[in-house]
Design a protein around this ligand. Structure first.
Ligand SMILES: Nc1nc(=O)c2c([nH]1)NC[C@@H]1CN(c3ccc(C(=O)N[C@@H](CCC(=O)O)C(=O)O)cc3)C=[N+]21
Length: 300
């Protein structure tokens, strides 16, 4: 195996350490405690696990954590009213509404009701526009975490060929904007892309964000390229026993690791960085709201 394994778990722990230092100083010097509110509608077990883990890490870095669990049948008005309440609560600096929402709810309307300054997911239309025009925005956590790992590994990304596989609003599109902001030549590939293997073979940086288990094999990868695997797919693992599952990414780890220069594992890669960046964004939102200088190295 030739590739450097980018340890997202260790990187995320360092980011949380930096966040915790800033939080301690905010408390001591300014009497400010950053607060993150997470809203979960419904009882999806995977979502509950993520929300619990976010809440635990929020408290560990010294922030206040507010969890709002609403039943699956919650109506639009009730959810919008909760968002309004959090918007006007001075102890809440960041708001995250866990996605996906149940089908009967209007996701776009809910996300756009969040005060953009508290929009730590970066999904509000004005943050999307700010990012797209290179202005100061709240940046989506997963792409921000991917960018941090790439910058750490490469230093400058200027002039590199980057291929983002997947065009979602949560990962693919903002990832492409961030890479463009760091002067990569960016291609966004998707399900209709002609000759995807050839497109991917041109890339110095591959970001796989499609949600299809192990769809990128090693022979699509240019030797020495950096592979960032955003996929978190739970698949059956009969070898572990009846009904057992395991997590795999969108890339075939072993074959890609033989050819790549660097690769993120699943689990232990992008996932932990996503949560660390959520905490970083909450810190950033708190500093901006208070008119204080932003933490260095924790923003795009
Ligand atoms: N508004 C919103 N913002 C989100 O950021 C958001 C969301 N909704 N809905 C759900 C997805 C999913 N998500 C993950 C974060 C961390 C891990 C993570 O840390 N995963 C571990 C493994 C966890 C396990 O073992 O299941 C890892 O990759 O090492 C996974 C998934 C954030 N999401």
């Amino acid at each position: 195996m030739a590739a450097t394994i980018i340890d997202g778990k260790a990187f995320a722990a360092r980011v949380r350490g930096q966040v915790a230092e800033h939080v301690a100083r905010l408390k001591e010097v300014h009497g400010l405690t950053p607060g993150l509110a997470v809203v979960l509608v419904g009882e999806d077990p995977a979502s509950q696990v993520y929300v619990r883990s976010k809440g635990k890490q929020t408290v560990e870095v010294g922030m206040a954590s507010f969890e709002h669990k609403l039943p699956a049948e919650t109506d639009q008005e009730t959810l919008m009213a909760l968002v309004e309440q959090l918007n006007s609560d001075p102890s809440v600096h960041g708001i995250l509404v866990q996605l996906p929402l149940p089908d009967h709810l209007d996701e776009e309307a809910v996300l756009n009701a969040i005060n953009p300054a508290k929009d730590v997911d970066g999904f509000h239309i004005s943050n999307v526009g700010l990012l797209g025009t290179g202005q100061k925005a709240m940046v989506p956590c997963t792409p921000l975490g991917c960018l941090m790992m790439l910058r750490e590994h490469h230093g400058s990304l200027s002039g590199m060929d980057a291929v983002v596989i997947g065009r979602s609003n949560i990962v693919g599109k903002p990832m492409a904007q961030l890479l463009l902001g760091d002067s990569c030549t960016v291609t966004i590939a998707h399900s209709r892309t002609k000759d995807l293997p050839e497109v991917v073979r041109r890339a110095d940086i591959v970001v796989a964000a499609v949600g299809r288990p192990e769809m990128v094999p090693g022979d699509w990868i240019k030797p020495g390229a950096s592979v960032i695997d955003v996929g978190i797919n739970r698949v059956p693992a009969p070898e572990k026993g009846d009904g057992k599952t395991r997590l795999v990414g969108d890339c075939q780890f072993d074959s890609c690791a033989e050819i790549a220069g660097a690769i993120t594992p699943v689990p232990g890669g992008v996932g932990p960085m996503t949560i660390a960046c959520l905490l970083a964004n909450t810190l950033t939102a708190t500093c901006r709201a208070a008119g204080l200088p932003e933490p260095e190295g924790l923003t795009a």
